[in-house]
Design a binder for this molecule. Structure first.
Ligand code: FEO
Ligand code: CA
Ligand code: CA
Length: 546
């Protein structure tokens, strides 16, 4: 064991990770295939099956090429891009796709793909404001239609190429115009103008999958669209739930999970079977949250389990004390002491969930460096949080934080944490954003260096945004290996595997974002014949070997 590995090993004494490491490797040398051995131990402990090796590739070097560049032996198919017709009604695929989630119909060969659409574009979608600084109703409608989500049906044809099936009976759009119902403490409250039903979802960034087979989508930077469209902004900034297969499952916004610039929703179970949802708030100096349901998950209840997200406790992480602090009206009012302005603002739990960030800071939530995606390790139930960056703190390259919940229980109210990996030249990545695990315990991480800073100054070294594989167990723990490089000015977002990990879906968001002259786009990805603008799109990456 090298000194570095010994130190990493000792870090985990007293946690589930130690048990895994000991079981898989003993105290001897870490073999080159330690990852695979670790998985066998993990399968034993948590019932997880090794499927495919994500480490069977030679890492690429950073590049500024205007293409999705992949490690040798892998290829991609463009499944859907902005403006493509998705069904027989003529509905079209939205703009700036983000989170993806595959729902199998026929294993790894056919399924529904949920895709978030995060924001629109004056240049490429709906045009500029008029002289009064306003958009026309037609522009607003387009702005709302191109956000939200798409449900598309995708399949692998006889040649192994992934395509969209536009004859699908399921394919439909959820947009800024779709009716939603509110659930939880803010429903019908004065704080949301007594609303029980609201219009639409937009600013849909990342998300998560529930244990009962629905999708959670996170409303992130909703403020501008709400203002431009003249909508009540307390109706946005929530976690929304949709059933891709069932249009009769009314789209809903779960207010018990708080309202902020939601990045994601990572779902797990506490040791006593209550549902837990970990969430990031993508702002500088914002907090990490988890929600724990009041009632227990009962698998046989199927989609009726959605009611678990209506009642429970929202917690914020106090990283200085290693505690999860309940965001209750009592705690908030106690923390306000005799400050009248705060006592006037926070009178009910609805006020707490609607104005969540301020309440979180009041009760001792730790302001952090843009907490974006969160993933729960399927191996040891440690919780990984991408802290993208925060120039206010001189944290220009970000880091990935790992929470170790007490007793490996996601329901614990105390935790310890470590900085699992830090962005910078030494690691090869900057600005970690979305995360996903494969069955070898590798954390797949995409980066989000802002378009205006790519390929210049302190970000020159990294070239375009990319995708990295970071093992979380074994010899290479914490080391980043680059798997993909994004087209120019694009960000890779929302990676998700098919169940057997033969295909990885990922969004290419905002290629050519810095374009200011439509005649001279800075990217032309996906380089399709007849296109005159770059188009955000979703690709299917194949080439994974068993
Ligand atoms: Fe939409 Fe925080 O990325
Ligand atoms: Ca993101
Ligand atoms: Ca981002």
């Amino acid at each position: 064991m090298t000194e570095l590995n010994r130190r990493k090993f000792l870090t985990y004494v007293g946690t589930g990770v130690t048990a895994l490491t000991v079981a898989s490797t003993g105290l001897g040398t870490f073999a080159p295939r330690a990852e695979a051995k670790g998985v066998e131990a993990a399968s034993h402990l948590f019932g997880f099956q090794k499927k495919v090796s994500g480490l069977n590739f030679n890492p690429i070097t950073p590049t500024d090429k205007d293409d999705l560049v992949l490690a040798k032996g892998y290829k991609y198919d463009v499944v859907a891009a902005y403006g493509d017709v998705i069904n027989k009604n003529g509905d079209t695929f939205g703009f700036n796709n983000d989170f993806t989630l595959y729902f199998p119909i026929d294993g790894d060969n056919r399924g529904l793909l949920w895709v978030n659409h995060e924001y629109s574009s004056e240049l490429f979608v709906h045009g500029a404001r008029n002289a009064n600084g306003k958009y026309t109703p037609a522009q607003i409608e387009k702005m709302l239609y191109t956000q939200g989500g798409s449900i598309i049906e995708v399949y692998r044809d006889k040649d192994g190429v992934w395509r969209m099936d536009t004859n699908s009976k399921y394919a439909r759009r959820i947009t800024g115009l779709t009716p939603f119902q509110l659930t939880g403490p803010a429903k019908g409250s004065n704080t949301v103008g007594s609303a029980t039903n609201v219009q639409g979802t937009f600013a849909n960034c990342s998300g998560g999958m529930t244990l009962w087979g629905t999708v959670l989508s996170a409303e992130e930077n909703f403020e501008d669209t709400a203002k431009d469209a003249g909508l009540n902004d307390t109706h946005y900034g929530w976690i929304v739930e949709i059933d891709p297969f069932d249009p009769n499952f009314k789209p809903r916004k779960h207010t018990a999970l708080g309202r902020f610039n939601h990045e994601n929703a990572a779902v797990g179970l506490t040791n006593d079977n209550r549902v837990v949802v970990y969430m990031g708030d993508d702002k500088k100096d914002a907090c990490v949250y988890k929600f724990i349901s009041k009632n227990k998950y009962v698998a046989s209840r199927g989609k009726a389990n959605a009611d678990l997200l209506e009642e429970g406790t929202l917690y914020v992480a106090d990283m200085g004390k290693g505690t999860w602090v309940p965001l209750t009206i009592d705690n908030v009012r106690k923390a306000a002491k005799d400050k009248k302005e705060i006592l006037d603002k926070y009178k009910t739990q609805a006020d707490v969930v609607v104005y969540c960030h301020e309440a979180a800071l009041l009760v001792g939530g730790t302001p952090t460096d843009r907490p974006e995606d969160v993933e729960i390790s399927p191996f040891d139930k440690t919780v990984f949080i991408a802290h993208t960056n925060n120039d206010k703190h001189g944290n220009f390259h970000g880091h990935i934080t790992r929470f170790l919940e007490s007793n490996d229980d996601l329901g614990a109210l105390t935790f310890d944490f470590e900085i699992f990996a830090a962005g910078g030249k030494q690691s090869g990545f900057s600005a970690p954003d979305n995360l996903t695990f494969d069955s070898l315990g590798n954390l797949w991480t995409v980066t989000d260096i802002s378009s205006s800073k790519l390929n210049s100054g302190i970000y020159k070294h990294f070239a375009n945004n990319g995708m990295f594989v970071i093992p979380t167990i074994g010899e290479n723990t914490g080391e980043a290996f680059q798997f993909a490089s994004a087209p120019r000015e694009a960000e890779l977002t929302g990676p998700s595997f098919t169940p057997n990990e033969t295909t990885l879906f990922i969004s290419i968001q905002h290629p050519g974002e810095e374009t200011d002259d439509l005649k001279k786009p800075t990217s032309m990805w996906p380089h399709r014949k007849g296109d005159s603008i770059p188009r955000p799109g979703v690709v299917a990456i194949t080439g994974f070997k068993y």
